[in-house]
Write a protein that binds this ligand. Structure first.
Ligand code: GUN
Length: 300
């Protein structure tokens, strides 16, 4: 078997074309343009590239973006003050703090200071809770992108064995919850899982987000499985690779995502979708803030 390569660039482009139309409709109907504020702290090279891509993608579909750069040694209260002002700014419909933050930062405090109504990353506790009970407004962008890829390929989830490798708050955990919502049978593996292969071999659909190049080898994958590689690893020679031995696994799987060009472009497209959805919510006459009563700041 040779896998069909899922073209994330093409699917992401379709979604962006749709986003452009939605933005035009909002502007025509209300005179308001969706706005996204992006905050980056420090000079992590990968984060700089991700943020640049997000800002470019906004411009590409007509979303207004505001970028705020802070040095790694900034006092975190200055960042929280900025977020508080953005929470109150009617021109801003989405707020994103690029992760990771410098180790001295209290990440939870920063993320929970973002209004749940503008939390287009879906990292606020309210939106995480929404994910658990199946009613989130802002699904986290990377797992949301994975679901869109599966949907595009008409890959059913109901009753399928799905194994998620990686249990991060950004990808693995929300991915598992979203798959459960679609009635898949979900197993989550992580860094402490013994004999990873005994789980991965059972997967009809294998989603890998562990951050280790070549973690998944062909003998760990069932013939005909769907393999989604969320990993992005920079090798010593500069090459960008995922977590899956692509050539070996592609010979055995039915579908596979490449790196680059698979899940990566989808993450950015789903951020645009969430930002536009947020703007549309704010435009609705019936809009009730989802989270006005919870304390904005969570202390240690
Ligand atoms: N760092 C890696 N992925 C993400 C993401 O989806 N959102 C944010 N804010 N930071 C990230």
């Amino acid at each position: 078997m040779t896998a069909k390569i899922i073209d994330g660039v093409a699917v992401a482009k379709k979604i962006r074309d749709d986003c452009r139309g939605r933005v035009q409709r909002i502007v025509a109907q209300s005179g308001t343009r969706p706005g996204l504020a992006v905050i980056i702290v420090g000079s992590d090279p990968a984060s700089q590239i991700y943020v640049r891509n997000k800002i470019r993608a906004c411009a590409n579909v007509g979303i207004e973006s505001l970028r705020f750069d802070y040095p790694a040694d900034v006092n975190q209260d200055a960042v929280i003050d900025r977020i508080t002002r953005l929470n109150d700014d009617p021109a801003v419909h989405g707020i994103l703090v690029q992760l990771p933050l410098p180790p001295s930062f209290d990440m939870a405090r920063i993320l929970h200071s973002i209004s749940a109504d503008k939390d287009v990353d879906g990292f606020h506790l309210y939106n995480v809770g929404g994910l658990v009970v199946g009613g989130t407004v802002f699904p986290p962008c990377t797992p949301y992108g994975v679901l869109k890829l599966l949907e595009h390929e008409h890959i059913a989830l109901e009753g399928r064995n799905v194994v998620v490798v990686g249990a991060s708050n950004i990808v693995g955990k929300p991915m598992a919850l979203m798959l459960m919502q679609h009635e898949a049978t979900v197993s989550i593996c992580h860094a402490k899982t013994r004999d990873l292969a005994q789980f991965t071999i059972l997967a009809d659909i294998l989603v890998v987000a562990a951050g280790y190049p070549n973690l998944i080898q062909p003998e760990m994958v069932r013939t005909g499985a769907v393999v989604i590689d969320v990993g992005i690893n920079r090798l010593g020679d500069g090459r960008l690779v995922g977590d899956v031995n692509f050539d070996g696994v592609a010979a055995k799987a039915s579908y596979i995502t490449p790196v680059p060009g698979g899940v990566g472009p989808m993450t950015v497209s789903m951020l645009l979708v969430n930002t536009i959805t947020s703007c549309e919510r704010w435009q609705q006459q019936t809009f009730v803030p989802i989270f006005s009563k919870f304390p904005a700041r969570v202390t240690k």
